[in-house]
Design a binder for this molecule. Sequence first.
Ligand SMILES: NC(=O)C1=CN([C@@H]2O[C@H](COP(=O)(O)OP(=O)(O)OC[C@H]3O[C@@H](n4cnc5c(N)ncnc54)[C@H](OP(=O)(O)O)[C@@H]3O)[C@@H](O)[C@H]2O)[C@@H](O)CC1
Ligand SMILES: Nc1ncnc2c1ncn2[C@@H]1O[C@H](COP(=O)(O)OP(=O)(O)O)[C@@H](O)[C@H]1O
Ligand SMILES: [K+]
Length: 508
Amino acid sequence: MPSQSALYAIADIRAVEQTCLATLSEGTLMQRAGKAAAECALGLLPNASSRVLAVAGPGNNGGDVIEAARLLAEHGLDVTLWLCADRSSLPADAARMLENARSSPLNIVETPSALPDNMEGWNLVIDGLFGIGLTRPLKGLYGTLAEWINALSCPVLALDVPSGLDADTGAIVGEDGIAIRASHTITFIADKPGLHTLHGRDYAGHVHVASLDIDTNLFPPACAHLNSVSAFSAFLKKRPHNSHKGSFGDVIVAGGAPGMAGAPILAARAAAKCGAGRVYAAFIGDPPAYDSAQPELMCRAAPSMDFSTGAVVAGPGMGTSREAHDVLAAILHASSPLVLDADALNLIAAEPGLQARLAELTAPTVMTPHPLEAARLLQSSTADVQSDRLHSARALAQRFHAVVILKGSGSVIARPDGEAAINTTGNPALATAGTGDVLAGICGALLAQGFPAWQAALAATWLHGHAADTLVQQGIGPIGLTASELIPAVRTLLNQLTEAHAGNHIPH
Ligand SMILES: NC(=O)C1=CN([C@@H]2O[C@H](COP(=O)(O)OP(=O)(O)OC[C@H]3O[C@@H](n4cnc5c(N)ncnc54)[C@H](OP(=O)(O)O)[C@@H]3O)[C@@H](O)[C@H]2O)[C@@H](O)CC1
Ligand SMILES: Nc1ncnc2c1ncn2[C@@H]1O[C@H](COP(=O)(O)OP(=O)(O)O)[C@@H](O)[C@H]1O
Ligand SMILES: [K+]
């Protein structure tokens, strides 16, 4: 099995599947999938007399669920199988599973013309309508069944992929399409990107990977990975005693047009609490004398700032005025480690001269667009960006020669050579103003402390999301979590991670 964090595109899974099918006896993979699914289902059921509804579609995903349902019925559970397909046109392996099931205690309802009339009383639904072979939106009986399942209160276990969801992108197939909302997904052969980004997290629930004992050598390189601490922990460093504020770098946050002074303050506070030695907040508008809640920050006028002395976070609340443009141009000419956020991205999207300069930079550069900012940069629409987030993040990274964090549920981090990761931490508590400024500030602090752009982006995204998860567990959110509250939680996590993972390297 490839590493637990590896993600594979449907085309790659198909290729692996084809190679295996050529060498294994007929039905072997499907039997393994059905067995893994049955074991997973047993773990979700309250007792031995539980009632299970299994729904089977017309393809091999249907075959998987037929086999799982048979095994559960033979285990003594009360299992009903809804075969939502014409028996005579099932693929060979699925037909074989159905034949085997006939002699089991499974209650099979063939080609139902209406929904079950009892919504209550099921302990689990197993979704085997469609997997990676979905080619169009769920319509007719399939659509109605999905709607019916989504209204149930019991757990729903999706086999391979929740039916209706695109396993590559996390999009629901069809303009006004529907997908089955699973509480758990057991996905076969390897994990898939669409289970972790866009609608993926809402529709797949807890994802379990069943490798089906496939030889690791049959796998091509993964198309992306899930973000994890091991991807950046090599850059977590314990602090030597003989250090001073200059050892941990300066961060200069540039933004703060009139009326928007809070945004650079949030980013600057996050940078300070993530370990930068000195933090400046540079304002397009008049700078405040100081930040009374965090007087350590040095508040300055952006036009007179020297941006070559530290890592720069450009954009929070910056506006798109002439002054903002000129400050951004000065920042791009300073060639410092750089985080480009918010209006800095909007200014770049609007001006080819800034784009050309950005593409020339060799210092570590991280761009942190949300989908609308990404759409402006790619001269497309938010819908286009979201329809394939992995592709959009890669396209941005390649076009601007920078590491890109495409934000949102399942943030995608991509770099110019095509390497990409999907973040697994975070939750809707983050859907509140200012959390993006905090992310940019964390990223700036890590760049200032010597993280390369890729690891800074991975670590910042992971810490930001994990802090929100921790706060929600403590009851501080999801409703009403503020961006400011995130900052001390990120600091705590960064210290904990450093304590747990750092070697005794001397950074400078
Ligand atoms: N091969 C193996 O041994 C193994 C396979 N595995 C399992 O197989 C799954 C892939 O199987 P699959 O290729 O048969 O595709 P699947 O997702 O079942 O659906 C395709 C069928 O649905 C139809 N169809 C599509 N969309 C539709 C729609 N909206 N509405 C109506 N019909 C629609 C489509 O018809 P068509 O588009 O041709 O008209 C076709 O008939 C995979 O996810 C995994 O679970 C694992 O067990 C490992 C071993
Ligand atoms: N539903 C969600 N699940 C996970 N993360 C989210 C969710 N909504 C927002 N976020 C995260 O919160 C941050 C919001 O950033 P952004 O949209 O730039 O906000 P702002 O500009 O107000 O600071 C991003 O890091 C984004 O990934
Ligand atoms: K499914």
